[in-house]
Design a protein around this ligand. Sequence first.
Ligand SMILES: *[C@@H]1O[C@H](CO)[C@@H](O)[C@H](O)[C@H]1NC(C)=O
Length: 277
Amino acid sequence: MLRFILALSLIHSVIGQCNQNDRLIGDLCYTVSTSKQTPEESEGICLVSGRYLAVIHTSIQANFLATLVKSQTGADKFWIGLHRVSGTSNFRWTDGTPMTWSNFDSSRVFQRAFYKSTARPTTVPPTTVPTTRPQVTRSPTTGKCFDNQDIEIQGECYKFVPLKLTFEDARKWCHYQNPVTASYLAYVPNQTVDKSLAAYARSEFETDDGNFWIGLSRSSGSSWKWDNGFPVGFTNFGTRTGQNYAAESIVNGKWDTFNDEEKNFFVCSYNPVSPQT
Ligand SMILES: *[C@@H]1O[C@H](CO)[C@@H](O)[C@H](O)[C@H]1NC(C)=O
């Protein structure tokens, strides 16, 4: 709470100095880019618009940025403007300032830094934070899911499985082969969860297109059913209908239907409070 008040008052004292749509956090202005790029491309995009890749001076900025990026893109990793001065062990911010604040995962040696808000394995960082100048932090995992690689979305835990299987094999994997706990093919109760899954899938599966199985299917001629047995309320079907197995599009979160021979990545889900036994 104290942090929050402090940050708010900082914003208030210098408001009006950022470009429209930029967010002032502490002494720096930030804007979130939603496109997924290499660090070099990200830096180029920032420079073209008269900005630098995000510089971070304080933990408050870092925490606000993590929240901002998460809310705008669903991503929990993004490039920041910290790089190693070649041939040395020193890091520098892209605006030329030396590194005074940092939050490195001490087990990693790297050339380029990206901010990761949870303790999850390193994959291609999905997002860029260009800014007028400036940096980032690590928020604690909730620890609710049984595996810290699983992602909690609105009370349910989701495991992204980068294996291409048929719907029935994916379902069996979730039920019987998930090493963490028995689970279901993903339950998608509403739009919020739907959007988050598509956003996470982009980084977890390291692709910008394609579909992943969710736990919705029907027997020919009967109604749609969730794998976990919950009633079907929210649906988000796209244009590709007519088959019996639903897979969510990584591009727009819409559900396309496929037959029993199609192979896709998939997502399992379980409730950490009352898991399937
Ligand atoms: C979405 O569904 C989850 C799980 O049922 C629920 O906790 C959450 O409140 C729902 N969110 C919205 C915006 O309806």
